[in-house]
Design a protein around this ligand. Structure first.
Ligand code: GLN
Length: 387
């Protein structure tokens, strides 16, 4: 016992969980002066018009609490955008809630609908917050692998995983980390599979505006029967190059939104007011999100072409700002050891694929983020050629 008395011990709510891989690799990249292609964020600025819009909102005095569900003008803008893109109308008053980013939105959905013992189907590999979210709610994560190689949903296995206890399935398209994009057929099959069940859906669609080679994003909002049982989540950080602002939203039918808000109000209460006003103004122009796929496709193409000049083998990527690569021709190290060595010795940081699985699965795969200036990508490629 110290002079200050004892420090009470805590029984961890998340005993298996360490620090998220994104923080670990960003810290390592910084320490070694590596080009950081690990954590997903752009290294370029956002549109100055967006900065002006937020600045103006602050100067106009929009600096007190926003309404709990979000600034009305922003919810209206989101509703109009979803209608024009996906043909589904969400009532801004009762069906759209602005959140402090998509990660908060997803945890809040899980806390709102998952009861202790309920099962939640997660499709592996998946974003590293999903399983801890389920654990915090006292739920049971049921891990179903995506098809090996293609990372497409395997509906036979999903069907086998469904049980009377299944409460929720998390669908992420475009998919982090693989870049796979669900097809219309996939959505149709999901609709049919869930038709006679009580299963709810989270649609994590934060990369909705990054789809390549003419592929169309199949938002759950396009599928009325699915939309009726779903929380559709998206993020302004990803679309407008402002990941640090942490603003996203959830669109869901009124009854689901009511439950969502019961938790949201006692978690964040309300989200940053001037940023919401700024986004509401900026959102009126559809050009920035309509141009985003072409903008990122150029970066993907440049990066993939560059990877062909290395001993890494790029995998197909139809969406997101991630590109996976196979390093098995270079090393038989486990992917985390390989990523750490890559950061230290070659000066490029990436994310090991095993971080997206409940138990590390070794496939010789790593994930790069190509949301970077061309000069950054070129420098990384120059270094990767040394491998
Ligand atoms: N979504 C980002 C990624 O996958 C990271 C988000 C985070 O760091 N929490 O890299």
């Amino acid at each position: 016992m110290s002079a200050l008395g004892i420090t009470p011990s805590v029984r961890s709510r998340l005993p298996e969980v360490g620090t998220t891989i994104f923080s670990v690799m960003s810290t390592l990249a910084q320490r070694h002066g590596a080009v950081n292609l690990g954590q997903g964020f752009p290294d370029f600025g956002c549109d100055p018009r967006l900065l002006d819009a937020v600045n103006q909102a602050m100067r106009q005095g929009h600096n007190q609490y926003a309404p709990m569900a979000g600034v009305r003008a922003l919810r209206e803008g989101i509703s109009e955008k979803i209608t024009s893109l996906y043909g589904h109308h969400y009532d801004p008053e009762h069906e759209i809630t602005v959140t402090a980013g998509a990660t908060q939105a997803i945890l809040t959905v899980v806390m709102a609908v998952v009861q202790p013992g309920d099962e939640v189907i997660l499709l592996d590999p998946c974003f590293d917050s999903y399983a801890p979210n389920v654990a915090l709610a006292g739920g049971v994560a049921v891990h179903v692998p995506l098809a090996s190689g293609s990372f497409a949903p395997d509906f036979d296995r999903i069907a086998q995983a469904l049980s009377p206890r299944t409460r929720l399935i998390v669908v992420n398209t475009p998919h982090n980390p693989s870049g796979t994009v669900w097809s219309a057929t996939d959505m149709q099959r999901l609709t049919e599979l869930l038709r006679s069940t009580q299963v709810l859906v989270i649609g994590d669609e934060v990369y909705e505006h990054m789809v390549y080679d003419g592929v169309q994003h199949q938002s759950i909002a396009r599928w009325p029967e699915l939309a009726a049982r779903s929380f559709v989540v998206s993020s302004f950080g990803k679309t407008y190059h402002v990941t640090g602002w942490k603003v996203g939203y959830v669109a869901a039918p009124a009854a689901l939104t009511a439950e969502f808000r019961k938790v949201h109000q006692f978690n964040v209460f309300a989200v940053n007011t001037p940023v919401q006003h700024g986004l509401a103004n900026y959102l009126r122009d559809p050009q920035p999100h309509l141009e985003l796929s072409a903008f990122y496709q150029r970066k993907r193409d440049l990066f993939v072409e560059g990877l062909h000049g290395t001993r890494l083998r790029p995998l197909p990527s139809a969406g997101t700002y991630f590109q996976c690569a196979d390093f098995s021709a270079i090393s038989d190290e486990d992917d985390r050891t390989f990523c750490e060595r890559l950061t230290r010795e070659i000066g490029v940081a990436a994310i090991p694929m095993s971080a997206f699985y409940p138990q590390p699965v070794q496939q010789g795969l790593i994930r790069f983020c190509f949301a970077k200036e061309e000069a950054t990508l070129s420098l990384a490629l120059e270094r990767l050629r040394l491998l």
